[in-house]
Design a protein around this ligand. Structure first.
Ligand code: VGL
Ligand code: ZN
Length: 202
């Protein structure tokens, strides 16, 4: 069984949003088309309380895109984004969310961020996605979505570490790309045995 894992295609990550990823909206139509090819479609949704600790606004003297030390390690602080129930947290209006078997929300605990669809940023608190996939007999995952170098990256690496057969459709992802983050992600995917596809399989 092969699932399509669609990462964070939400208004705040699209042009005009609070943490806009360049061209984030340009992947939506192709992602919709791709859904038909999979046994299961799973969407993730970044879903933060208004006072989430990943927001620069919660750290005196910090500007967005700087870093801070959290109990679980270094954390980039972001513009306020994907606040629970807000329009920014909603899926892009053209995304075919009706096709989703499961929507998994992450980053809902005030004190900890969650880039990965599998584990929060302490790398130990599970989201429950692994259990869902295993009990459905899903062994292969193809990832698409936003942002390549953060939530797609950490989701793909965790999936590979957990033993899933992982492919990233790089052409159906878009990156934030700060401080070499995109190149670092691509390097780590190669080392983790993740397949990178730049278009539909031949
Ligand atoms: C993301 C930064 C903060 C992402 C989420 O979806 O890549 N990046 N929250
Ligand atoms: Zn977030």
């Amino acid at each position: 069984m092969h699932a399509l894992l669609v990462i964070d295609i939400q208004n705040d990550f699209c042009p005009g949003g609070a943490l806009a990823v360049p061209e984030g909206d340009q992947i939506v139509a192709s992602v919709n088309d791709l859904m038909a090819q999979f046994d299961a479609v799973i969407l993730t949704q970044d879903w933060h309380p208004a006072d989430h600790s990943s927001f620069a606004s919660q750290h005196e003297g910090k500007a967005p895109f700087e870093t801070t030390e959290m109990p679980y390690g270094t954390q980039v602080v972001w513009p306020d984004h994907c606040v629970q129930g807000s329009d920014g947290a909603a899926f892009h209006p053209d995304l075919n969310a009706d096709r989703a078997d499961l929507i998994i929300r992450k980053g809902f605990r005030k004190g900890i961020d969650s880039y990965s669809a599998f584990f929060e940023n302490d790398q130990t608190t599970p989201t429950g996605l692994e259990g869902y996939l295993r009990t459905r007999g899903i062994t292969a995952l193809t990832l698409v979505g936003l942002a390549t170098d953060f939530c797609v990256n950490f989701s793909a690496l965790d999936a590979a570490r957990l033993g899933f057969d992982v492919t990233v459709r790089r052409d159906l992802c878009r990156a934030i790309d700060m401080g070499g983050s995109l190149e670092a992600a691509l390097d780590s995917w190669a080392k983790a045995g993740i397949s990178i596809q730049d278009g539909p399989a031949a």
